[in-house]
Design a protein around this ligand. Structure first.
Ligand code: PLP
Length: 424
């Protein structure tokens, strides 16, 4: 694969942008590779600045569930742009998107639009603290909720990838109220509640963990969290920034039938534009300013282009066959696993809906500790060989691949063919 132009751009970028990238994981450092610079995306394919076409298994880390440059989404964005890009006053599409989100998610009665998943979780935390009058939160080790200070204790992927236990720049006092538990470990959560029965404002959880690679919730885990939160008067917050509109049109909560008090969104609801949102029970959301006293604002929140892109995306998804995509991904994953196994390596590929991660291990994967024991060298080798053959996958063993409705049987066949050629 020709990468001359990518390399040249990366050299210049590193002089101008820290690490040459505007979000750390894009630098591919975990797999000791350089990033590919992308010129175009259409459907399930990306074209690099060197004119190389690759099959995209990363989906921009989540937003591109309908594929790149879907004509319906592109048209909606273009039309919106012709009408102006920001008004600083409400527009009709904000109401329409709020209606769609509230109709789709069983627990969401009111919603506030923001500009990223990070903003959504930060705002949901402030609301949870404001409403309960409590300061502490519980999050899971390896769970990622954006880069808000309070969440940067033992956050997954980007942070974990670089083995930074948190980050400089976050005062110890800021994470002092962040209590940590291993994913899938209800006993630790129960112990934390018993130790702080009236101090915990909220439990933040990815209902399917997608930032330590893909880790599924054990049966009873989410229900157990629901029960503990109810018993101790804490709010259960589902971070559905990845799972919202992906696990099902009704998110993870619709799929698992567990209702959180608050939900955060991002990625898919912006159709590839910068959007986040948080929502939930109306009696809680009414505490947000200006109706309530919990302040949160944004110059570009509810941006007309982003709303148009989100609405167009949800309109496509509403008529998409999630079960068919899941079945395709399932059979692909089973074949991929068999191919890799036949090469004598230990491998397992947890998957759900259109998400999967390739882990090189036999160990049971329950939490971040177990993910850390997977074979990184094998992963790096696998990643590089797949990429060299035009299969663009998540560049870290701590990330999930995110497939789309645009992926064709031929895409999957080509990926399997590439896997056949991998040598360990
Ligand atoms: C990506 C992500 C975020 C942060 O969203 P940004 O738009 O990158 O700020 C929060 N939570 C989860 C679960 C995510 O995957």
């Amino acid at each position: 694969m020709n990468t001359q132009r990518s390399e040249a751009l990366f050299v210049r970028a590193q002089e101008l942008i820290p690490g040459g990238v505007n979000s750390p994981v894009r630098a591919c450092r975990n797999v000791h590779a350089d990033p590919l610079f992308i010129a175009e995306g259409h459907g399930s394919h990306l074209t690099t600045v060197d004119g190389e076409e690759v099959i995209d298994f990363l989906g921009s880390w989540g937003p591109m569930l309908v594929g790149h440059a879907h004509p319906q989404v592109t048209e909606a964005i273009c039309k919106a742009a012709m009408r102006g890009t920001s008004y600083g006053a409400p527009c009709a599409d904000e109401v329409r998107l709020a209606e769609e989100v509230c109709a789709a998610l069983p627990s969401v009665e009111m919603v506030r639009m923001v500009n990223s998943g990070t903003e959504a979780t930060m705002s949901a935390l402030r609301l949870a603290r404001g409403v309960t009058g409590r300061d502490k939160l519980i999050k899971f080790i390896g769970g990622y909720h954006g880069h808000g200070d309070a969440f940067l204790a033992s956050a997954g992927s980007g942070v974990a990838t670089f083995s930074i236990p948190g980050t400089p720049g976050v005062p110890a006092a800021t994470v002092a109220d962040t209590l940590l538990a291993p994913y899938n470990d209800l006993d630790v959560v129960r112990t934390l509640f018993e130790a702080h029965p009236e101090e915990i404002a909220a439990v933040f959880v990815e209902p399917v963990a997608g930032n330590m690679g893909l880790i599924l919730p054990q049966p009873g885990f989410l229900k157990g969290l629901r029960d503990l939160c109810t018993r101790y008067g804490a709010l259960l917050v589902f971070d559905e920034v990845i799972t919202g509109f992906r696990l099902s049109y009704a998110g993870a909560q619709g799929r698992f039938g567990i209702l959180p008090d608050l939900t955060t969104f991002g990625k898919i609801i912006g159709g590839g534009l910068p959007v986040g949102a948080y929502g939930g029970r109306a009696d809680l959301m009414r505490h947000v300013a200006p109706e309530g006293e919990v302040y949160q604002a944004g110059t570009l929140s509810g941006n007309p282009l982003a709303m148009a892109a989100g609405l167009a995306t949800l309109d496509i998804l509403k008529h998409s066959d999630y079960a068919a995509l899941e079945a395709k991904v399932h059979s692909f994953v089973m074949e991929l696993e068999a191919i890799l196994r036949s090469k004598g390596v230990s491998v397992q590929i947890p998957h759900i809906a259109s998400l999967f991660t390739v882990y090189f291990t036999e160990a049971a994967l329950m939490d971040f500790e177990s993910v850390r024991t997977t074979d990184q060298k094998l992963f790096e080798s696998f990643y590089k060989q797949m990429r060299a053959q035009g299969i663009f996958m998540a560049p870290s063993a701590f990330e999930a691949n995110m497939l789309s409705f645009a992926h064709s049987n031929e895409d999957f066949a080509r990926a399997l063919e590439a896997a056949e050629n991998v040598k360990f």
